[in-house]
Write a protein that binds this ligand. Structure first.
Ligand code: G3P
Ligand code: CA
Length: 246
């Protein structure tokens, strides 16, 4: 299988994470796929931002889930990274999908655990993905396994992913992923390097793996030796692109 390079939060080492600028940079630098983070505003709009608060990327305090879209849109998420990106907005999910719909990239949409999703909100989320033709072009991922299970219940049209950060959670969710099908496991690359048995049992159970966040060529080489070819990175380093060409 060919190496798949996933731009983590977009090409987030050269542009502010989770913004259209980072997504466009990822496309320009030939990432195969783009990963980003989604959570709900106070008025229930899915927006793209990683942290539970606005502090780090916009400089104002307060939880994202307590701010309305209007309040969030009054902030910018570029100048914390570099003044050249001053004014870069926090995109809504819909704005990002609209911008990316004609670009043949695959998306990893991580739904953060910071907000509660009603069945109606999950339904709207699915409809937005369908509207912009991402049904066969995305993986919906979350650390919240029950969110993933609820998405699966509402639609069997999507590839899904359980995100896990430790061995016990990996084993638990792997069993489930194998049973339900069309679900991959995503984890920290260090977990795979430390516990290659997890790779073996995933392979035996027919479950594919994605590793994040791989920014050093030596780690990438080790993962490739272990048979992991789906890699999320902040850096899109030239060595990675070279390896892809081989
Ligand atoms: O792709 C999974 C990875 O993005 C999870 O970690 O904190 O960067 O969202 P985080
Ligand atoms: Ca993420």
């Amino acid at each position: 299988m060919q190496l798949e390079i996933i731009a983590h939060r977009g090409y987030s080492s050269i542009a502010p994470e989770n913004t259209l600028a980072a997504f466009l940079a990822a496309i320009e630098h030939q990432a195969d796929s783009i990963e980003f983070d989604v959570q709900l505003s106070a008025d229930g709009v899915p927006i793209i931002i990683h942290d539970s608060t606005l502090t780090r990327t916009t400089g104002i305090r307060g939880k994202v889930r307590k701010k309305t879209l209007d309040q969030i849109k009054h902030r910018e998420a570029g100048s914390w990274f570099d003044w050249r990106f001053k004014g870069e907005p926090i995109p809504t999910l819909e704005e990002a999908l609209m911008a990316l719909q004609n670009i043949k990239k695959f998306l990893y949409i991580e739904v953060k655990t910071h907000s509660y999703w009603t069945d109606q909100k999950i339904d709207e989320f699915i409809k937005i993905l369908v509207k912009y033709q991402f049904k066969n072009r995305c993986v919906i991922a979350s650390f919240n396994g029950s969110f993933i299970d609820r998405v699966r219940k509402q639609s069997d049209d999507f590839s899904l992913a359980y995100l896990v950060a430790n061995r016990a959670a990996f084993r638990r969710q792997l069993t489930k992923a194998a049973q339900v099908g069309n679900t991959v496991m995503m984890s920290k690359y260090k977990l795979f390097i430390k516990h290659p048995d997890l790779i073996k049992s995933s392979r035996e159970q027919g479950v594919d793996l994605v590793a994040w966040t791989v920014d050093k060529p030596k780690d990438l080489e080790r993962l490739l030796e272990l048979g992991i070819v789906r890699i999320a990175t902040n850096c899109l380093i030239p060595e990675m692109l070279e390896l892809k060409m081989q």
